[in-house]
Ligand binder design. Structure first.
Ligand code: SAH
Ligand code: SF4
Length: 393
C-alpha cells in the first residue's frame, strides 16, 4: 500500500466487550461508588477500602480486563467478582491512520451507537480527543457534529473507556513489574473536543475525568486535560470547582449578532455573560490561562476589526487564542479563511500580547480534524439546505 493511502482497518473481529448479560460494569465507577458496590456485594466493610485500591490499580494502572489476573485477591473473591461484575470498555469498530500519524477510532457503545475518538501524536506529546455525547443538542452552524441530533449522553465508563481503548491500541499499559516512567507516555494530554458538549453531560464527564486524574491509575494531571465548551455559563464555575482542568471556550465571534449565528447558545448566554464566567475561572480552578478557540471563516469573523474587538473583549483574562482554520465537511456553508488573512488576524492578536497559534489541521484525509466528526450510523440529521439557511438567518 503506498505511504500516502490512509490505512483503514476493520477490527470487527475483536470480541465484543459490552455489558450484555446483566453484570455491572466497574469501569466508570468513582472510588466512592466502587466502595459502595463492593460492600453491597458482600465485601466486609473493614476490607472494602483495601479491595477498592487493589481493583482500582488492576483496572486503571495495569489495564486488566479479567478478574482472574488480579492475583493479590483470593481466588473465591475473584470468582465472586467475575460472577457479578465486568470490566468493559466500548467496542472498537474501526481504526483509520492518517498520513500524518493521526488515528481516528470509531467506537461502538451500548445500544449500537457510535462515537469517534482521535489520537494526535506530536513530537513532545500525544493528545487524545474524546467525545462526551453521541451527537449534540447544540447546532453550531460550522460544526459537522451540530448537524446531528443528540442521541444520548455517554456514561462515565464510556468516556474513560475511550482513553482505555486508545491505550489498548497504542499498547500503553505497563508490563508486569514495569515501574512508572519506564517509557514515554503516548497519551500525555486529553482534550474533551470530540463529539458533544461536555458541560451538558457534566456529572459523567466529571466522574470520568476524576478517574483519569487519579494518581493510582491513568494518572493524568489536571493540567493535561482540557475541556472545551461552547459556553454553558452556569456550569463553568462547577468545572473549576469539581474538575479543575484547563478550560477552552469556543468563542468564534466578537459581536453577539455574529455569535448568535455561529454558536446559537449565545442567544441564551451572551458574550458579556460568558466573559464574566471566564474571568472568574483561572482563580477558581487555580489554572493559568484560558484557551479561546476561534474558527476562521472566510468573510464572516476574520477581519482586522474582529481581531481588534477580540483583544479588547478579553482584556484582563489570562488567555491564549487558538486560531482554527475552518475544516470543511461535505455541504458545509462556510469556507476557510485564506492563509494571509489568518496570519494578519494572528498578528494583531499577538501584538496585543496574546499567544495566537494557528492550529495545523491534523488527520484531514481521514476526516478526523476538529469539527469533522459525525457518526455515519446516526439518522435524523438536518439537510445541508437547512444548515445553509440557518447560517444566513
Ligand atoms: N462542544 C464543545 C467541544 C467540541 S468541538 C465545543 O463546542 O467547544 C471542539 C472545537 O472544534 C470547538 O472549538 C468547535 O467550535 C470547533 N469546531 C467545530 N467544527 C469545526 C470545523 N468544522 N472546523 C474547525 N473547528 C471546528
Ligand atoms: Fe456541539 Fe461543539 Fe459542535 Fe457546537 S461546536 S454543535 S457545541 S460539538
Amino acid at each position: 500500500m503506498p505511504a500516502t493511502t490512509p490505512i483503514t482497518q476493520d477490527v470487527r473481529a475483536i470480541p465484543r466487550n459490552l455489558p450484555e448479560d446483566g453484570r455491572a460494569n466497574l469501569v466508570g465507577q468513582t472510588r466512592k461508588c466502587l466502595l459502595e458496590t463492593l460492600i453491597a456485594a458482600g465485601t466486609p466493610e473493614r476490607q472494602a477500602r483495601m479491595r477498592v485500591g487493589q481493583i482500582w490499580q488492576w483496572i486503571y494502572h495495569w489495564g486488566a480486563r479479567d478478574f482472574a489476573a488480579m492475583t493479590n485477591l483470593a481466588k473465591d473473591y475473584r470468582a465472586m467478582l467475575a460472577d457479578r461484575f465486568e470490566i468493559a470498555v466500548p467496542e472498537l469498530v474501526s481504526r483509520h491512520v492518517s498520513d500524518d500519524g493521526t488515528r481516528k477510532y470509531l467506537v461502538r457503545i451500548a445500544g449500537g451507537h457510535e462515537v469517534e475518538v482521535v489520537y494526535i501524536p506530536e513530537t513532545d506529546r500525544g493528545t487524545l480527543c474524546i467525545s462526551s455525547q453521541v451527537g449534540c443538542t447544540l447546532t453550531c452552524s460550522f460544526c459537522h457534529t451540530g448537524t446531528q441530533k443528540l442521541v444520548r449522553n455517554l456514561t462515565a465508563g464510556e468516556i474513560v473507556g475511550q482513553i482505555m481503548l486508545a491505550r489498548d491500541d497504542l499498547n500503553e499499559w505497563p508490563e508486569p513489574g514495569e515501574g512508572t516512567g519506564a517509557r514515554p507516555r503516548l497519551i500525555s494530554n486529553i482534550v474533551l473536543m470530540g463529539m458533544g458538549e461536555p458541560l451538558y453531560n457534566f456529572d459523567a464527564v466529571r466522574d470520568a475525568m476524576q478517574i483519569a486524574m487519579d494518581g493510582e491509575g491513568i494518572s493524568l494531571s489536571r493540567r493535561r486535560i482540557t475541556l472545551s465548551t461552547s459556553g454553558v455559563v452556569p456550569e463553568i464555575a462547577r468545572t473549576a470547582e469539581e474538575i479543575g482542568c484547563l478550560l477552552a471556550v469556543s468563542f468564534h465571534a466578537t459581536t453577539d449578532e455574529v455569535r448568535n449565528r455561529l454558536v446559537p447558545i449565545n442567544k441564551r448566554w451572551n458574550i458579556a455573560e460568558l466573559l464574566d464566567a471566564l474571568r472568574a475561572y483561572p482563580k477558581l480552578s487555580n489554572s493559568e490561562r484560558i484557551t479561546f478557540e476561534y474558527v476562521m471563516l472566510k468573510g464572516v469573523n476574520d477581519s482586522d476589526q474582529d481581531a481588534r474587538r477580540l483583544v479588547k473583549l478579553i482584556q484582563g483574562i489570562p488567555a491564549k487564542i487558538n486560531l482554527i482554520p475552518f475544516n470543511e465537511w461535505p455541504g458545509a456553508p462556510y469556507l476557510r479563511s485564506d492563509r494571509e488573512r489568518i496570519e494578519a488576524f494572528a498578528h494583531i492578536v499577538y501584538q496585543a500580547g496574546y499567544a495566537s497559534p494557528i492550529r495545523t489541521p491534523r488527520g484531514e484525509d481521514i476526516m478526523a480534524a476538529c469539527g469533522q466528526l459525525k457518526s455515519a450510523t446516526e439518522r435524523g440529521r438536518r439537510s445541508n439546505a437547512q444548515i445553509a439557511a440557518q447560517s444566513r438567518s
